[in-house]
Write a protein that binds this ligand. Sequence first.
Ligand code: ADP
Ligand code: TRP
Length: 325
Amino acid sequence: MRVLSGIQPTGRFHWGNYFGAIRQYIALQQHEQAFYFIADLHALTTIRDAALLRQLRQDAALDLLALGLDPARATLFLQSDVPEVVELTWLLMTVTPMHLLEKCHAWKDKKAKGLPADAGLFTYPVLMAADILLYDSDIVPVGSDQVQHIEVARDIALRFNHLFGDVFVLPAARTLDESAKVPGVDGDKMSKSYGNTIEVFEDPKKLRKKIMSIKTDSTPVDAPKDPNSCHIFMLYQLFATPEQQAALAERYRAGGMGYGEAKQALFELADQFFAPARARRAELAADPATLHDILQAGAQAARTKGGEVLARAQRACGLSSLSAG
Ligand code: ADP
Ligand code: TRP
């Protein structure tokens, strides 16, 4: 069973990304074969600043390793280190009906807003299909916003198989558990695009400042408060044991506790929670050769598997070398 997922390096990871996605990807590395890659080719559809992209892909790799992705269990690589994926994209493109791409959200939304869109954005789902099909992936864990893309990958695989024989494994999406929507500092869903994020690798001073800036209502200190309608409490629950949660909930209900105190409790737990990962990250960041070796070994493993599947696809559609069968 192969599990595969891609992560776009489009910004620093925030708590929403960690609890909503990264933590769950990392838990899946126990599977026989787990492939994770940093989708830098996809990121090119939004990031047009070379220094920034370089930085973000390195940050993404360091972050994932520091958060527990174990290169001894899982294969981690940069998408652009596997050129086979671009070649497969073309093969897939030739069997992809336009209407399949025209209904995809990213493109449709941009078009509906009258914004200029390029061919990269339009064909983005085909590159994503190649990412998946190139490694005979069985399971693709993704957030619900990406499920449509996995269905497109499946449709493309079915069409290719129908035309050329049984070449591709049909992948299935495994939707991440998104029941815990992580709120941002303003109470809305935490998201880069809302500017309300708290980053995983924030240094403690800045972390405290951000937590202290969480918006609250004007309930007086003395008044009892409802923990379940308070986003400080929701954030606290991400880090706290059931006993700690019950104790803080009791403080809310009893009255006499200001939000500042809840924020301080949140800061202390969050800071502790990420401290080991922060230390690991600092170690890794100080040792670029090791990061390089991990990514190179990952790319090598991905290319070995990807090369086999690409050759299978080439043979099936008549592109293998003239002397070969
Ligand atoms: P952003 O909204 O900041 O741009 P992304 O769309 O890049 O985040 O999200 C990457 C992954 O992190 C997705 O799988 C998404 O489901 C998850 N995620 C992002 N924000 C949250 C959140 N506030 N709560 C739970 N999961 C989240
Ligand atoms: N498009 C995905 C996202 O934005 C990232 C991605 C690229 C991906 N290729 C993939 C995810 C292949 C799963 C499988 O989140």
